[in-house]
Design a protein around this ligand. Structure first.
Ligand code: HEM
Ligand SMILES: [Cu+2]
Length: 577
């Protein structure tokens, strides 16, 4: 029975059932992003002290909803779409157990809606981390548990699909790098969801009264097994998408497959351990463990990201140079398709993830200097560089790539799409940099009132802290505008975009298959192993990506200077001399 179609523009094969799942998950993710964005506006307009939009209780409620919808629901729905794409489309195989995959999707929807209802009802404003002994309504936890079970089913469908592809010999050699990266993400996801179950199931039972006590320290350690590892899923997923995008746009192949694969393995081996930075000031946890985590384990984890940060632009540079863009250090970059949002979105996410997210991450991960900014607004600044620009912007870029290929629609308002990555990156960068500054001055995260109105022990921040939060506010509003542009383009494309396939109607945009005659391929051609790359063959060809090397050195210099500044700052806060 024919069940595959081939996209005439890209050459990607789509299995009929997998295609519907990709669409449905991506659309559900976009809805969560919409909710998160609206709530994010409330958050940032409250933290901008001169505006101070929301009253305290609503602020914490809105912050809870913002964090969960953005970090959990948007990203994980979208990652499910990526898992199905990376397995079934990239390996040219039918998907395993599509009914199970749909059941998982339904569970995820039910869970997400249930959790949002709990937050909306107002007695679950416990933040995304829901630290015990703060207690939320039972359906807050139950929603998260159902969502996680659904996602776990998706992971097993992905693994099953890999097995089918291997048994059917749909590809030669080992699985492609992008699929390998997705596999890493999936393995970490299973670990993550296990931690989530270990801690959230008892917490749920506690909320309905079956368990009398949840140990706060235990909760935090295990919860971060979920909270931190899930960020590694995101990194593994968006790095895989980077490889995909440079492959599609430039025909680039990794500089060295082996090195890139080893770097993915480092994620599995070390990043979970690195979760200690979240509990560095917690009592009851040994110093040895903290020190081990914030030194060796963290460096090995960071090393992996640095390898990808080098080989992704490096492979793009090699491909561009092969096309003749060899003038000077940076012609390959100057002549890149800057007007194509797939490229600009990917490249900005790479740069901001590396320069801002990476550097601040190492600073926060270092036990000694972490103490300067622990629990300040510096922390959300850091992770907006990693997840809101790194992961989210990468997924936005991928969406622009997928709308014609997967949804068979042309982009709606292409001029808006072209500017979207610029507006979003500019706004977020402004917000991030100024929140970093305010955090260094001590401004707390998750804090409704910088003025400490009516507090018994008054405290006054320097005037610059207020100014910085105001500039961050302006940046945040600009970032929200960029997010809104993304949603206008994507939703607009799904509803009104020019049809690239006659049967791509309204329902097809939300998961229904195209006309039966489109699926006219019974078994896609076998995926051939690509010939060896020239750069992999000779031993001493020199470093063929000097521009990338220069960028990497610039990163190193920024890091060293900034690291030194923080140690210096620590010495002045706490005189050692
Ligand atoms: C452009 C839109 C965005 C704006 C203006 C924004 C603004 C903010 C601000 C100001 C905070 C910190 C509040 C505080 O600690 O007092 C925050 C928290 C947070 N944001 Fe965003 N954000 C945006 C997009 C995103 C995205 C895309 C993600 C994830 C993919 C995200 C994930 C989070 C998370 C997880 C928190 C922490 C919530 C908590 O502390 O429990 N945000 N956001
Ligand atoms: Cu972490």
């Amino acid at each position: 029975m024919a069940q595959f179609r081939v996209c005439p523009d890209s050459g990607f094969y789509f299995d009929k059932s997998a295609e519907g799942l990709m669409k449905a998950n991506a659309v559900a993710g976009a809805v969560a992003l919409l909710v998160a964005g609206i709530l994010g506006l409330g958050v940032i307009l409250t933290r901008w002290q001169e505006v101070h939009l929301l009253p305290a209780d609503v602020f914490y409620q809105v912050l809870t909803g913002h964090g969960i919808n953005a970090l959990i629901f948007w990203i994980i729905f979208f990652e499910m779409a990526i898992l199905y794409f990376a397995s079934s489309t990239l390996l040219r195989t039918r998907i395993a157990a599509p009914r199970w995959a749909w059941a998982g999707f339904v569970l995820m929807i039910v869970g997400a809606v249930m959790n949002n209802i709990a937050v909306l009802q107002g007695n679950s404003s416990v933040m995304m981390t829901s630290y015990a002994p703060m207690q939320a309504a039972p359906h807050f936890y139950l929603g998260l548990i159902l969502f996680a079970v659904g996602a776990l089913i998706g992971c097993f469908v992905f693994l099953g699909t890999l097995v089918i592809a291997r048994d059917d010999h749909t590809y030669e050699g080992s699985i492609p790098l992008v699929t390998f990266g997705a596999l890493t993400a999936c393995i970490i996801a299973v670990f993550t969801i296990a931690c989530g179950a270990i801690i959230l199931v008892p917490t749920f039972l506690w909320s309905i009264g079956y368990i009398t006590h949840i140990d706060a320290a235990m909760y935090r350690v295990i919860w971060w097994g979920l909270g931190h590892s899930s960020q590694q899923i995101n990194v593994a997923a968006h790095v895989s998408v980077w490889y995909l995008i440079v492959g599609v746009l430039f025909g680039a192949r990794p500089m060295s497959e082996k090195v890139s694969r080893s770097a993915f393995l480092l994620y599995i081996l070390f990043l979970q351990l690195a979760s200690a930075h979240h509990i560095l000031v917690d009592p009851g946890i040994s110093s040895e463990w903290k020190v081990f985590n914030t030194s060796y384990a963290m460096y090995l984890a960071v090393l992996a990201s640095m390898v990808h940060g080098l080989t992704v632009p490096g492979s793009m540079e090699v491909a561009q140079r092969a096309k003749g863009y060899t003038k000077g250090m940076f012609e390959w970059l100057r002549k890149a398709p800057w007007g194509n949002p797939v490229f600009s979105g990917f490249f900005f996410s790479l740069i901001i993830f590396g320069f801002i997210g990476g550097i601040t991450g190492v600073v926060m991960g270092t036990e000694q200097i972490n103490i300067i900014i622990h629990n300040t607004i510096y922390v959300p600044a850091h992770f907006h560089a990693t997840v809101a620009v790194g992961t989210t912007l990468t997924f936005m870029a991928l969406t622009y790539l997928l709308i014609p290929v997967l949804f068979r629609r042309a982009l709606f308002l292409p001029a808006v799409a072209r500017w979207q990555p610029y507006v979003f990156s500019a706004g977020m960068t402004l917000m991030i940099l100024f929140m970093l500054g305010a955090g260094t001055l001590g401004v707390s995260r998750r804090h409704w009132d910088m003025d400490f109105t009516g507090a018994l022990l008054a405290f006054e921040y320097p005037g610059t802290a207020y100014t910085m939060m105001a500039v961050a506010g302006i940046g945040g509003v600009l970032g929200i505008l960029g997010g809104a542009m993304y949603l206008v383009v994507t939703v607009g494309s799904l509803l009104f975009g020019k049809k690239l396939d006659e049967s791509a109607g309204l329902f097809q945009s939300f998961g229904f298959p195209l006309a039966p005659s489109t699926y006219n391929i019974t078994q896609p051609e076998r995926l051939q192993m690509a010939p060896k790359l020239a750069v992999e063959e000779h031993g001493s060809g020199g470093f063929e990506a000097p521009g990338t090397f220069a960028l990497a050195l610039a990163l190193l210099v920024c890091f060293v200077v900034y690291y030194y500044i923080n140690w210096d700052y620590l010495a002045s806060v706490w005189p050692l001399s």
